[in-house]
Design a protein around this ligand. Structure first.
Ligand SMILES: Nc1ncnc2c1ncn2[C@@H]1O[C@H](COP(=O)(O)OP(=O)(O)OP(=O)(O)O)[C@@H](O)[C@H]1O
Ligand SMILES: [Mg+2]
Length: 253
């Protein structure tokens, strides 16, 4: 029989584990993610050789007959299994502690493509009774939930979309991930960060601003020193008083 929990008020010490980073090209998304502890990058755009973190290229590979030889869905599944089973068996310094999805937009397209190729159709809508869309949602949701269940930090990277209102001429910026996918992914994220670059070439400075927070995080609760440092570099992450308190505590030690 199941043991129900006691009725009581809990005092959680929340720490963010799932991050969503978006921004226009070359604003430091991959760069920022690569500084998280022991990262493994699931790369889609083929520019992983330029990064300093170990990476796996995700792709659908077709055989000679045009049928799917390697499915991105299967590949992602195998990686998650390896992270569940093999990763904990490694020595502490060889264990991955962060998984970076660079970029999630492409992963969504690849999942869609894999389903279509498998079914021998051009688009999800060609699969009758909305089954194509249902299969897609299940695959994406499964992927996001599996990642969340891993004892690791998860970082989703997305590109930026700028939309200019024809009437007012006002431009707004948002993640390029389609809204319905964004909701699936972001329902499982704790912090949303936008990266920005100001200035050009050698004079560029890289900014990070927090766009959404699951709860108010206290820097004193963040146990990993490196993550604390990284988050401190994002404007709007912590309350100023909390940071000052932490600083005073450090100094008094
Ligand atoms: N905080 C930073 N300080 C110094 N250099 C930085 C910083 N952030 C990024 N850079 C430099 O900017 C360049 C582009 O960064 P990065 O590759 O992370 O961009 P990106 O947003 O991932 O771009 P893309 O969307 O094209 O993948 C890199 O060469 C990196 O060295
Ligand atoms: Mg990048």
């Amino acid at each position: 029989m199941i043991d129900l929990p006691k009725v009581q008020t809990l005092k959680p010490k929340p720490q963010p584990r799932n991050f969503f980073i978006w921004g226009s090209p070359m604003t430091g998304k991959s760069y920022f993610a690569s500084y998280f502890p022991n990262p493994l990058v699931l790369n889609t755009d083929g520019n992983s050789e330029q990064g300093s973190a170990p990476s796996i290229q995700i792709r659908n590979i077709r055989g000679e007959n045009g049928a799917l030889k390697q499915s991105a869905i299967k590949q992602l599944d195998d990686i998650i299994t390896a992270l569940q089973v093999e990763n904990p068996k490694r020595s502490a310094d060889q264990q991955f502690k962060t998984i970076v999805i660079d970029v999630i937009d492409d992963i969504c397209v690849m999942i869609e493509q894999a389903i279509c190729l498998d079914a021998g159709v051009q688009a999800l809508s060609d699969i009758p009774y909305g089954k194509g869309y249902a299969m897609f949602n299940t695959a994406l949701q499964q992927f996001v939930m599996d990642l969340k269940a891993l004892p690791m930090n998860v970082i989703y990277i997305s590109r930026e979309l700028s939309i200019t209102d024809d009437n007012t001429g006002v431009t707004t910026y948002e993640p390029s991930l389609k809204t319905k996918y964004y909701n699936i992914v972001n329902g499982n994220c704790d912090v949303v960060i936008r990266t920005k670059k100001i200035g050009d070439g050698q004079n560029a400075s890289y900014l990070r601003e927090v766009k959404a927070l699951r709860t108010m995080y206290n820097p004193a609760n963040i146990t990993d020193h490196r993550i604390l440092q990284l988050l401190e570099s994002c404007s709007g992450m912590f309350k100023k008083e909390d940071l000052e308190k932490l600083q005073q505590k450090k100094e008094s030690k």
